[in-house]
Write a protein that binds this ligand. Structure first.
Ligand code: HEC
Ligand code: HEC
Length: 135
């Protein structure tokens, strides 16, 4: 039963390739560098993946592995990925609702500035500089 399920899952991408009659499926070895067929998009369109992922890594100063399980971009196992989904929606909402005020300028970087956790309050006041030692 489980084996059957695995076979079905493996067959899925092959089926979708088979639907395009003009392009016969290349042998698996040649498919290695082929474009990733997204399997688990809830917000983005396939063509948005590349630019959005690029903006995200710059915005947060992270690598892909901050949100993605290695070798399986479709997996939702990392909670950071789900948080990122909410953040994508939030960022889009801001830009959609405040056009003119933000000139579509709010991005991950606007808040994150290359950090995973943007400051939500000013840093604790730095201690007053010590009085210069009297000579
Ligand atoms: C801050 C978190 C985060 C980082 C870092 C990140 N991603 Fe993503 N990625 C996401 C989210 C969220 C989605 C799902 C979007 C959706 O549901 O529409 C996603 C989806 C994807 C998908 C589609 C997977 C599928 O099959 O559904 C690919 C491919 C991908 N990312 C590649 C990358 C690459 C390459 C990098 C590094 C350059 C990267 N991501 C960095 C959050 C991240
Ligand atoms: C309006 C400001 C704002 C914008 C824009 C924004 N974020 Fe965030 N983000 C936050 C805040 C605030 C937190 C919570 C920081 C904390 O927990 O201390 C956060 C937290 C996160 C976390 C969790 C980090 C962790 O260490 O667990 C992820 C992932 C994240 N944001 C991704 C994104 C992505 C991806 C974008 C762009 C699509 C984005 N954010 C845009 C404000 C923002």
């Amino acid at each position: 039963m489980r084996l059957l399920l695995v076979c079905l899952l493996l067959a899925l991408p092959l089926l979708s390739v088979a639907q395009e009659p003009a392009a016969p499926a290349p042998p698996p070895a040649e498919r290695k560098g082929a474009p990733h067929v997204p399997k688990n998009l809830k917000i983005l369109k396939p063509e948005e993946i590349r630019p959005v992922m690029g903006a995200i890594v710059t915005g947060l100063g992270v690598k892909c592995g901050f949100c993605h399980v290695q070798g399986d971009f479709a997996s939702d196992d990392k909670p950071e990925k789900e948080t990122a989904r909410k953040m994508i929606v939030m960022t889009r909402d801001i830009n959609a609702h405040f056009q003119g005020a933000t000139a579509d300028m709010v991005s991950c970087y606007t808040c994150h500035r290359g950090e995973t956790k943007p400051l939500i309050a000013p840093p604790a006041a730095a201690p007053a500089p010590a009085a210069p030692a009297a000579h």
